[in-house]
Ligand binder design. Structure first.
Ligand code: GLC
Length: 405
């Protein structure tokens, strides 16, 4: 069998668009640039020792940005049929800012990062701080697509009030598309709010705090470091769920019936009673282990990644606790294992010295991609692939293994 490195190099090369300078995640299903996917591609290129690492990171950060916001998609040609904002080049919403961690990885592997790329990363994080911060110091997403986890069970009280766990993929996708029309755009065409959906998710806040500390470590930007620490503290204070041993999400706008008449964008009181689906045990709720200073919380959450009664599964952590009624190992963001999440878990585990568990996840991921031909995501019980295949971010299997060697 060809070695892992060669297989991953072939995977990325086959998806590379040399004219635009990015990989498409999959040419049929995902023929554009997606923010966090391309950051993961840059990380994979860097592990391959390929200069395209820098080009792909630059493609994320140095194209047009509505007022500084880094768009969740840049279009490779015609915009998609779904309405994603007024621009013909890029979407009006954002996605997890993995670019700062990517920059750190590139730097650590000896790549030189051009100043405009670092400046774009700083501007993107600044934009989030200026435009998405709640009065109590958390950051909100204004659309599920901004989290990466498009159909999170934690959003069920918005999507299907009263019918939690009755997930239908097509209906949910339709709801997500309609929700784009509730997004509030500023003069630059960037989404700064929503009339019906704003959530401070554990995952997104963790990604942002992690990004701030990664970029601060890389550039010596103390203001950014202070912001990252403040955000990590707010996550622990406001999102920790002692019963679940995880960080939950916080409803900021919507999440129940009725929404109420206040049109005050996301600085709205939450509905009464507040959404409860925000506490469903999903593995995104482990992500603040990337940034918390609290060893007790981190270890309690991280232990669940390999606990079979929670997320622990033979082919990598399930995205929903295996014992929870919402768990569906074959459906999209309702239970499968996802390579980008598994990669981030290995970072969090290594941060806390849990190298053996990180290695276990890296090996489970490798076993899965060998079985399913580099799928987008898979059944964590059997490794059976789902979604698009081959999908570029499954090449993270190489980065996960390399990080431990
Ligand atoms: C799906 C995923 C999202 C990803 C995109 C491209 O929409 O939910 O996280 O960025 O596909 O791979």
């Amino acid at each position: 069998m060809t070695d892992l490195r060669t297989q991953v190099a072939d995977l990325l090369r086959d998806h590379w668009d040399g004219q635009r300078g990015w990989c498409v995640p999959n040419p049929a299903t995902y023929p554009h640039l997606w923010l966090w996917d391309s950051c993961f591609h840059a990380i994979i290129w860097a592990h391959l020792g390929d200069q395209r690492a820098v080009r792909e990171l630059a493609a994320v950060l140095t194209g047009p940005t509505p007022g500084g916001m880094v768009p969740h998609m840049r279009y490779g040609g015609q915009p998609p049929d779904t309405w994603l904002g007024p621009s013909h080049e890029a979407s009006a919403i954002t996605q997890p800012p993995i670019y700062a961690h990517a920059a750190r990885v590139l730097d650590s592997l000896g790549f030189e990062i051009p100043d405009p790329v670092l400046a774009g990363a700083r501007a993107g994080l600044d934009w989030l701080w200026q435009h998405r911060r709640t009065p109590d110091g958390l950051l909100v997403v204004v659309h599920p697509w901004e989290t990466g986890n498009d159909h999170s069970p934690r959003f069920d009280d918005w999507a299907n009030p009263g019918h939690r766990h009755r997930h239908n993929r097509a209906t949910r996708t339709r709801w997500n598309k309609e929700l784009m029309f509730d997004v509030v755009l500023d003069d630059h065409g960037a989404a700064t709010g929503s009339r019906s959906f704003a959530v401070a998710t554990a995952g997104f806040n963790a990604y942002c705090a992690h990004a701030m500390s990664e970029l601060a470590a890389l550039t010596g930007d103390t203001e950014l470091g202070v912001r990252g620490d403040a955000l990590a503290t707010a996550i622990d204070t406001l999102l920790w769920d002692e019963d679940e041993g995880l960080w939950s999400d916080r409803a900021v706008v919507g999440g129940g019936e009725p929404l109420g008449g206040d049109e005050d964008l996301w600085i709205n009181p939450v509905v009464d009673p507040p959404a409860d689906s925000v506490r469903i045990p999903i593995s995104d709720g482990v992500m603040p282990a990337l940034v918390t200073a609290d060893a007790g919380k981190a270890r309690r959450a991280l232990a669940q990644l390999t606990d079979p009664d929670r997320f622990g599964a033979p082919f990598g952590p399930a995205n929903v606790a295996r014992t929870h009624p919402a768990y569906d190992p074959d459906t999209y963001w309702r239970g499968p294992a996802w390579p980008p999440l598994s990669y981030l878990f290995t970072l969090a585990l290594r941060r806390w010295g849990l190298d053996r568990q990180a290695e276990e996840i890296a090996e489970a991921t490798l076993a899965a991609v060998e079985r399913n031909g580099w799928a987008e995501y898979w059944n964590p019980e059997t490794g059976a692939g789902h979604g698009a295949a081959p999908q570029t971010w499954s090449g993270l299997a190489l980065a996960m293994s390399a990080a431990g060697s």
